[in-house]
Design a protein around this ligand. Structure first.
Ligand code: A2P
Length: 272
């Protein structure tokens, strides 16, 4: 049991989020996405992260059904596409595409048009039972504070680009103080961080891979992480992160790679 306990994080609303999930950003709807999700479920992932903007919710749902893994054992996140207006209505459409009667987490993909307008609709999606938990993504400290002040429910998560190179300490600290779980996307820097000298040195010392070192850096801090891969062996490799630990020295060396100066911001550049 203890081993299992280290693999989930209990969110402020009581829902348990598996620390490791498969991210499917930029994976086209179709066989590539179905295969990636099926392989992940086969090797033990119980958390899949998709979004309305990715256009691949159908494939995620198909893979889930084909896998034979019971729905209730898999944590599914999708994200509200904030160029649309109605979070609850869009959630219902996501459920149809996914072929499920609820998702586990529904988050505002980015704070387009300001941080607060969509939150009442997110709360409504939760009240209607379309999702168990609600949260945000790409929200900086000030944006998170505005949502918390305006809403009845505190966002359960803030999913942001986060890795040793984007170690947003001020944002992380603020999240922890408010009971928001910071979740890491692009933990491998979309692949760019894998060749860094410090990362490869530590991987060599531990007999691990650079990807495992970067993912371990997150989960050792109880930060949920959603690496993306469409390769079976990499999907399996990325799951082998609960059977070793980084030393304090390794953590410090990785922490020192931060290029954001411990920022409170969620992004260095915005696309919205
Ligand atoms: P691929 O999907 O071709 O396997 P991030 O999660 O930070 O967005 O990074 C995803 C990128 O890193 C993708 O290009 C993915 O490639 C690559 N990647 C994922 N896992 C590994 C791994 N274990 N080793 C090498 N590259 C990986």
């Amino acid at each position: 049991m203890a081993r299992e306990d280290t693999r989930v994080r209990r969110l402020a609303d009581g829902i348990e989020l598996p620390l490791l999930g498969l991210g499917v950003w930029q994976v086209p709807n179709g066989p590539e996405c179905v295969n990636a999700v099926r392989w992940a479920l086969e090797v033990g992932y119980r958390h899949i992260d998709t979004a309305q903007a990715y256009g691949n919710e159908e494939s995620v749902g198909q893979a889930l059904r084909e896998s034979g893994v019971p729905r209730e054992q898999v944590f599914i996140t999708t994200k509200f596409y904030p160029r649309h207006r109605d979070p609850a209505g869009e959630a219902e459409r996501s459920l149809r595409r996914l072929g499920v009667d609820h998702v586990d987490l529904y988050i505002i993909h980015w704070p387009q048009g300001g941080p607060v307008w969509a939150w009442p609709g997110m709360e409504r999606a939760r009240e209607l039972g379309f999702t168990r938990s609600i949260g945000v993504s790409n929200f900086a400290v000030d944006e998170l504070e505005q949502v918390i002040a305006a809403g009845s429910v505190v966002p359960a998560v803030d999913q942001v680009q986060f890795s040793p190179f984007e170690y947003r300490r001020a944002l992380l600290e603020s999240c922890e103080q408010s009971g928001v779980a910071l979740e890491s996307y692009s933990p491998l820097g979309t692949g760019r961080h894998l060749t860094n000298k410090t990362v490869t040195r530590i991987a060599g010392e531990l007999g691990r891979t650079p990807a495992q070192v970067l993912l371990r850096w997150c989960v050792q801090r109880e930060i949920p992480v959603i690496p993306k891969s469409t390769h079976r062996e990499r999907i399996a490799e990325n799951a082998q992160i609960f059977d070793f630990a980084l030393s304090d020295e390794h953590l410090a060396a990785l922490d020192a790679l931060d290029r954001t100066r411990g920022t409170a911001r969620a992004r260095e550049s915005k696309w919205w």
